[in-house]
Structure formats: C-alpha cells, structure tokens
Design a protein around this ligand. Structure first.
Ligand SMILES: [Zn+2]
Length: 132
C-alpha cells in the first residue's frame, strides 16, 4: 500500500510497533485488523498509515528516524550524537548493540519505529561518521 499523501510505497510494520508509537487519541482510530505501513519519506508528514487513514508526526509519541530524527537504535538509546561521542572515545557501539541483541535484551519490534532490528542502519551510520 502506498502513502496516501505522497504516493510512495511504505514499509510494512508490525501492529505492536504502531500501537507503541501512536498517541492515545490516534490509537482510538486504529483498525487492528488491517496492515500498517511506515512512510519513509522524511519530507512527508505522514508517519504510519493503513486502510482506515493516516497518522502524522503529531500523533506519534517518539521521534522517528525516517522522519529526520537522529535516533538510530531505540533499544539502547543510540542517537547520532551519542555515536559520535562513543566513536571519539574509541568505543564500538555496533559491538555493544550486537552483544545486547545476543543477550536477548533488544525489543526492536516494539521500540524501533520500523518494527525491526536497527543493526544495518546503525552500521551504515557508524560508517558514515567514521569516514568524514
Ligand atoms: Zn508519506
């Protein structure tokens, strides 16, 4: 299903992700029987959408990476700024997150707005920060 606002194909996300991100008022309109999608265009105000309608930036409780927020790992609180500081101190944020995943401490399907693991995105962000 494409975003009703910009006509681009969105990312199918688990229902529990949408439930976690929506405000109480927005949640009252949710059709839990329908599939829901994340609009990944940072210029579009629509965050999630489904057959029943759209949910905008004002209707989500946390900043969303695909909408320009610097949050990358939502389980272990890695923002772009935190990554930059950790890299400057010689730490390995990717290894830390991998360790957390191995230990079963992550909850990406609920905490990440995409409803999936952040590791691929985290690696790309770290690479971008490491090569100026
Ligand atoms: Zn959109």
């Amino acid at each position: 299903m494409v975003c009703p606002n910009n006509g681009r194909e969105g990312l199918l996300v688990p229902l529990k992700t949408v439930k976690n991100f929506l405000t109480g008022q927005a949640l009252a309109r949710l059709d839990p029987q329908s599939p829901h999608y994340l609009c990944q265009d940072p210029a579009c105000p629509v965050v999630y959408y489904g057959p029943e309608g759209v949910y905008t930036q004002e209707e989500v409780r946390f900043p969303v990476y695909d909408k320009g927020a610097s949050w990358i790992c939502y389980c272990f609180d890695w923002t772009r700024e935190a990554l930059r500081q950790a890299l400057a101190r010689g730490l390995d944020p990717v290894a830390q997150v991998e360790e957390g995943v191995r230990a079963g401490r992550c909850a990406c399907e609920v905490r990440n707005p995409r409803g999936r693991c952040c590791l691929a995105t985290l690696r790309a962000e770290v690479e971008a920060l490491a090569s100026p």
